[in-house]
Design a protein around this ligand. Structure first.
Ligand SMILES: *Cc1c(COP(=O)(O)O)cnc(C)c1O
Length: 409
C-alpha cells in the first residue's frame, strides 16, 4: 500500500497550520498574540528601509502586526490570492478598498441587492464624492454588457446576495467586466473560502465580513480583502493607513485564527442544518417560497452546483400573509434568536424590511428585490430537530392566510 500523500495540503490543514511553525520561537502550539502598537528599529537606516518597503519588518500597527500578518497570510492562502489585508470590520474592508481604487468621475456597477450598509456607503458616501453608482440585475450577465461605460472601474456584487439568496455567475461577470477594463469585487461573506473561490473564477478582489463565519462565534467585528499584492499594498498604505484607519486589533485577529481552525467543520454543519430547515419550510403550507441553493427547485441550482462546494448556512423565505405574518413568526420564536448578523453557532432570524433594510424606503426595497415579508435565517450549529420544533411552534402561532393574497417574487 502506498502512503496517501496529497501534493498540496487540503483546506482544513491549511486553515489550521499555514504560515506558522510551532517549533520556531518558544514552541507555543498557538501563534503568539502580539500586543504592541509600535516596533523598535535597530538603526535609523533600517527604519528608513522598512518605510521605503526595501526591508521587511514591522513599523507601527496601523500598517501591520505579527498576529494580524499571520491571519492575512492564512486568508490569502485559503482564498488562493497573492495577499490579504484584514480590517476592523467588513465595512472597513469595502470602504478601504474602494476609497483606494476609485477617483471622482469613475463608475461602480453594483448588483441590485446589496448588504444594507454597503448600499449606504455607495449611495451616501462614494456618490457624494463624484463616483457614479449604477445598480443593475447582475443575475443576467447580459445586463452588464449593456451597462458598462468607459468610466466603469468596478463591478461589485455578493453571491449569494444578502438577504434574498440570488446567485451571480462570477466567471461570466468577470469575463465581461475585464473585457470592458473594469475590475471585479465579490463580497463572499456568505460563502467563506471553503464554499466558494471567486479569485479562481476570475474575480480581482474578495471582501469578507470576518465578523460572520470566519470568526464564527459572534464575539468580534472584522473584515478582510484578498487580491493582488500590489493592490493590497496600496490599500494598506493609502486606504487603511491614510483614509479609513480601519485597523483590526491583534486580539481579534487571534480569535479569528482560532475560528479558522473549525471553519471547514462548521460550514458542513451550517449547510446541513440550513438544508433541513429549507426542506421543512418549502413543504409547509404557510410558506409561499423558500430560497435556498440546496433545494432541488432552486431556480439557479445549476449555478449553485458549479460555483459553490456546499449550499451554505443562509436561507430566506416568504410567509403567506406578508409583513404581518413575518412579524408574528419572528416574535413567536423561542430558541432561534431574533438578531441581525450571521455565521454564528446560534441560529439567528431577521426580517429585513423591519430590521437591516428599514432605512431604505419601501420603493427602494422593491427596486432592490427585498420584499416586505422576507425572513432570513442564519442556520447555526444546534441540533436540527430542536430548530425544526421551534419553527413549527412559531408557524402555529402565525396567522394562516393572507387577506391580500400571497406576496412573493
Ligand atoms: C455583515 C456583512 C457586511 C458588513 O460587515 P461588518 O463586519 O458588519 O462591517 C458586509 N457584507 C455582508 C454580506 C455582510 O453580511
Amino acid at each position: 500500500m502506498s502512503n496517501p500523500k496529497p501534493s498540496a495540503p487540503g483546506f482544513a490543514t491549511r486553515a489550521i497550520h499555514h504560515a506558522y511553525d510551532p517549533y520556531a520561537g518558544e514552541g507555543a502550539l498557538n501563534p503568539p498574540l502580539y500586543l504592541s502598537s509600535t516596533y523598535a528599529f535597530p538603526t535609523v537606516e533600517e527604519g528608513a528601509a522598512r518605510f521605503a518597503g526595501e526591508q521587511p519588518g514591522f513599523i507601527y500597527s496601523r500598517v501591520g502586526n505579527p498576529t494580524t500578518a499571520l491571519l492575512e497570510a492564512r486568508l490569502a492562502n485559503l482564498e488562493g490570492g497573492e495577499a490579504a489585508l484584514v480590517t476592523a470590520s467588513g465595512m472597513g474592508a469595502t470602504t478601504s478598498l474602494l476609497w483606494t481604487l476609485l477617483a471622482p468621475g469613475d463608475e461602480v456597477i453594483a448588483d441590485k441587492t446589496l448588504y444594507g450598509c454597503t448600499f449606504g456607503f455607495f449611495n451616501h458616501g462614494l456618490a457624494k464624492f463624484g463616483v457614479r453608482i449604477t445598480h443593475i440585475d447582475l443575475t443576467d450577465p447580459e445586463n452588464l454588457a449593456r451597462a458598462m461605460t468607459a468610466n466603469t472601474k468596478i463591478v461589485f456584487f455578493e453571491s449569494p446576495a444578502n438577504p434574498n439568496m440570488r446567485l451571480i455567475d462570477i466567471a461570466a461577470i468577470a469575463e465581461l467586466a475585464h473585457r470592458g477594463g473594469a475590475r471585479v469585487v465579490v463580497d463572499s461573506t456568505y460563502c467563506t473560502p471553503y464554499l466558494q473561490q471567486p479569485l479562481a473564477l476570475g474575480a480581482d478582489f474578495v471582501v469578507h465580513s470576518a465578523t460572520k463565519y470566519l470568526g464564527g462565534h459572534g464575539d468580534l467585528l472584522a473584515g478582510a480583502i484578498v487580491g493582488p499584492k500590489e493592490d493590497i499594498d496600496h490599500v494598506r498604505f493609502r486606504g487603511v493607513k491614510d483614509m479609513t484607519g480601519a485597523v483590526l486589533s491583534s486580539q481579534d485577529a487571534f480569535l479569528i485564527l482560532r475560528g479558522l481552525k473549525t471553519l471547514a467543520l462548521r460550514m458542513h454543519r451550517h449547510s446541513e442544518n440550513a438544508l433541513g430547515i429549507a426542506r421543512y419550510l418549502a413543504a409547509h403550507p404557510q410558506v409561499a417560497v423558500c430560497h435556498y441553493p440546496g433545494l432541488d427547485d432552486f431556480p439557479q441550482r445549476e449555478l449553485a452546483e458549479r460555483q459553490m462546494k456546499l449550499p451554505g448556512g443562509m436561507l430566506a423565505f416568504e410567509l403567506k400573509g406578508g409583513v404581518e405574518a413575518g412579524r408574528r413568526f419572528m416574535n413567536a420564536l423561542r430558541l432561534i434568536t431574533r438578531a441581525v448578523s450571521l455565521g454564528d453557532a446560534e441560529t439567528l432570524a431577521q426580517h429585513p424590511a423591519s430590521m437591516t433594510h428599514s432605512f431604505y424606503t419601501q420603493e427602494e426595497r422593491e427596486a432592490h428585490l427585498i420584499s416586505e415579508g422576507l425572513v432570513r435565517i442564519s442556520a447555526g450549529l444546534e441540533d436540527l430537530d430542536d430548530l425544526l420544533a421551534d419553527i413549527a411552534q412559531a408557524l402555529d402561532a402565525t396567522p394562516k392566510h393572507s387577506p391580500g393574497g400571497d406576496y412573493c417574487y
